[in-house]
Design a protein around this ligand. Structure first.
Ligand code: AOF
Ligand code: ZN
Length: 358
């Protein structure tokens, strides 16, 4: 198979940039972008992203927008087009029918119903196919790939730590560690996730709302999940008893006590000592179609996820604030960076967020 040209890579980069803001809106489907481009003058003819809720698919929408203008053009698509009859017909058929002459694919689709089949089908129909192995496309679809391969979402853990390594003050509940830019950054991460999860202890102690409080983006609040502990969970916490109009789910071990109104979904999974098994809990979210999960844990849940090797991406927010001895330590065994090293996590990026860093 041929290699992508420099222009191909630029169009794929543009496709990922175009689709990125739609992460968190297309579950249970990946947020695919499709661009129809004239190969001679390098003009964009039509573009689309997977529709809200996952259907129609991106290729279908882009080809429909291009109409007869698709003939002879190149299709850039961040993920291999689907090969199966689902709630919509296979995109690969729509591509062949449209007269597209060349398809440049960012990354393969691990969905077993597709997994290379569309590439073969396009080639046998005389369409040139480039599988670009495009890293930004691969990262963009990491949630979909994780759900297809491991049945669970791609897990991002966010933890804010004071200059003296504390994550809170148990005596006064929710305490300010990071500033306004870090808060906004976190709310954006919520908006791009399909679900945000906390442990039962954090639900009780911090009693957060887990909403996206960015003007105009409130409706991007994802499913809010409480992972209940052995003592269960009840209506005394905001996420369950408070009225916000956003969706909440509780994951609890089979026998743990749960008291919630019918509007809250209760997911029962097997566990030990009244605590849900973490893999079972994450797989239950995968089954619900969650591809990207943001966890905003306390020390115990963070430690449990790291120890179980279930953290794919760790966002460490560090602040210059000193909490002092009344604080709750992020990790009992020395500096947090040692803890992350031990979990095999390597730093890939850091940025300032006002006075803080992520
Ligand atoms: C595409 N274009 O825009 C997306 C695709 O349940 P269905 O029928 O919608 O199929 C879901 C699968 O389709 C999903 O697992 C993934 O493999 C693919 N998503 N495919 O051709 C798209 N979103
Ligand atoms: Zn499709």
């Amino acid at each position: 198979m041929n290699q992508p040209t420099a222009e191909d890579v630029r169009w794929l980069d543009a496709a990922v940039r175009f689709a990125s803001p739609y992460l968190g809106t297309t579950a249970d489907n990946p947020a695919v972008a499709a661009l129809v481009v004239d190969p001679i003058d390098q003009m964009l003819i039509a573009r689309a992203v997977t529709a809200r809720g996952g259907r129609p698919h991106a290729e279908y929408l882009a080809l429909e927008a291009a109409g007869y203008d698709a003939g002879g053009r190149t299709l850039y698509v961040t993920l291999e087009p689907c090969h199966h009859w689902g709630r919509t017909p296979p995109c690969v058929d729509a591509v062949i029918r449209s007269g597209i002459m060349r398809v440049v694919i960012g990354t393969g689709d691990p969905d077993p119903r597709t997994a290379g089949e569309s590439i073969k089908r396009l080639e046998s129909a005389g369409v040139e196919v480039i599988l670009a192995n495009h890293e930004p496309s691969r990262r963009h679809h990491a949630g979909h790939a994780m759900r297809q391969r491991a049945g669970r979402p791609f897990v991002t853990v966010k933890l804010a730590v004071s200059a003296d390594g504390m994550i809170g003050r148990p005596d006064i509940g929710n305490v300010a560690i990071t500033g306004e830019p870090a808060r906004q950054w976190t709310h954006m991460q919520r908006a791009f996730a399909d679900a945000v999860m906390i442990g039962g202890a954090t639900a009780r102690l911090d009693d957060p709302q887990l909403t996206v409080r960015i003007p105009g983006m409130e409706q991007r609040t994802p499913l809010r999940v409480i992972l209940a502990g052995a003592d269960g969970i009840g209506r005394d916490v905001n996420l369950i008893g408070g009225f916000t109009g956003y969706r909440t789910a509780i994951i609890a071990e089979t026998a743990a006590p749960v008291d919630a109104p019918v509007s809250v979904e209760v997911i029962r999974v097997a566990g030990e000592d009244g605590r849900p098994d973490l893999v079972a809990a994450l797989q239950a979210l995968g089954t619900k179609g969650i591809q990207n999960l943001l966890v905003e844990p306390g020390a115990r849940l963070a430690d449990a996820l790291l120890t179980a090797n279930l953290v794919d991406r760790f966002a460490l927010l560090t602040s210059p604030v000193v909490i002092g001895l009344a604080g709750l330590q992020a990790s009992a065994d020395g500096p947090i960076t040692d803890w992350l090293d031990a979990a095999g996590l390597i730093e890939v990026d850091h940025q300032p967020l006002g006075e803080d860093m992520v």
